[in-house]
Design a binder for this molecule. Structure first.
Ligand code: UTP
Length: 335
């Protein structure tokens, strides 16, 4: 089977509650990580693997996603499917059934992978990416036997293994997958209030369908502020950008968009400065500054600054006499 026959389904309809307040006005997948929005990394990986057909499930703030993709990914044939109510990942994928024929690869919209997609696209088996995690209770979890998946459960309270499902799924015969999703949707069955993709695949496994678990190491979650910053650190370490800025000290790894303006600042390590952002007289490390944000007189670390946000500090002026002691942190002060 040729790689180009695959259609990639990427569900991005979610509201991204864990990344509020950023996701009140911006869909999660358009938030910057490294040098571009999350969805940019995913579409680049798919293009690099030779995939031409992509089906995006959009919903919450979907217009903004359509605009970005149409402007930046003219080489891909992208179909948009609307999910007006966020009923769960299984429901989102089921909605794509009329847009997909033949083999399908599903990639989650909030995960960036450092994995060889060819392993999934060239395997004769249907495959799911898995990773050993310390606490599998918030994931779909698989059990294996003889090299294949023997059972899978979504967010189990008492997981039998620590092998979590992590965001890539490939199926040669998409109609078998859509049939199982259809039966699940018709049954009205939900787990934790959502129509779960894992439940549809678990039913297939129960019926004897063979799915191979493919262990991957490079799995980077973008769903929460701390994991987004962690993913940012990974991308900056990997891509080794060489940015320049006026009268400023750059401590690599750092990404500064060519259209950002950085002056009189110390930037890095691990800072990403987006398109059109302005940084002046500031110290910024381990942070993501999204497009057109403005930061002046600030000292930021472990921070996410949203698109077009403006943050400015105080420049105090002091005329301090002999033996003075001035502290701005209150931690040592007596009440
Ligand atoms: P998440 O479970 O992370 O949901 O979905 P979310 O809305 O993005 O984020 P939180 O949990 O509220 O913070 C994983 C992926 O599946 C998509 C999401 O957009 C995300 O890319 N998804 C999820 C849908 O497209 N539709 C759904 O009904 C559920």
């Amino acid at each position: 089977m040729s790689k180009t026959e695959f259609t990639a389904v990427v569900p991005v309809a979610g509201t991204g509650t864990r990344l509020r307040p950023h996701t009140y006005t911006y869909p999660k997948v358009l938030l910057t990580v490294g040098d571009k929005p999350i969805i940019g990394h995913i579409l680049d990986d798919l293009s690099a693997a030779g995939i031409k057909n992509v089906c995006l499930v959009v919903g919450y703030l979907g217009e903004k996603i359509r605009e970005y993709v149409a402007k930046n990914y003219k080489g891909l044939a992208v179909t948009y499917i609307e999910q007006s109510e966020q009923k769960g990942l299984g429901h989102a994928i089921w909605l794509t059934r009329r847009a997909v024929a033949g083999p399908v690869v599903v990639m989650l919209g909030d995960t960036i992978l450092d994995a060889d997609l060819d392993v999934f696209l060239k395997s004769k088996d249907d495959c799911i990416a898995v990773k050993e995690v310390a606490d599998p209770r918030r994931f779909g979890v698989v059990e294996t036997k003889g090299g294949y998946i023997s059972a899978m459960v979504e967010k189990p309270e008492h997981p039998k293994t620590n092998l979590a499902i992590v965001g890539i799924y490939s199926f040669h015969n998409s109609s078998a997958l859509y049939n199982s999703l259809g039966r699940l949707v018709d049954s009205g069955r939900t787990t934790k209030g959502e129509i779960q993709f894992t439940d549809a695949m678990a039913a297939m496994v129960k019926e004897g369908h063979k799915i191979k678990p493919v262990p991957i190491d490079g799995w980077y979650d973008c769903g929460k502020p701390e994991t987004l910053l962690e993913t940012n650190r990974h991308i900056l370490d990997k891509k080794k950008f060489s940015p320049k800025a006026k009268n400023s000290l750059i401590i690599p790894p750092v990404y500064i968009s060519p259209t950002a303006k950085v002056t009189n600042s110390i930037v890095g390590p691990y800072a990403s400065i987006g398109d059109g952002a302005r940084i002046d007289s500031s110290i910024i490390s381990d942070s993501i500054v999204n497009e057109n944000a403005s930061i002046v007189n600030m000292n930021l670390s472990g921070s996410l600054v949203g698109p077009s946000a403006a943050v400015a500090g105080r420049k105090d002026q002091l005329n301090v006499g002999e033996n003075s002691e001035i502290r701005f942190d209150r931690t040592d002060c007596e009440a």
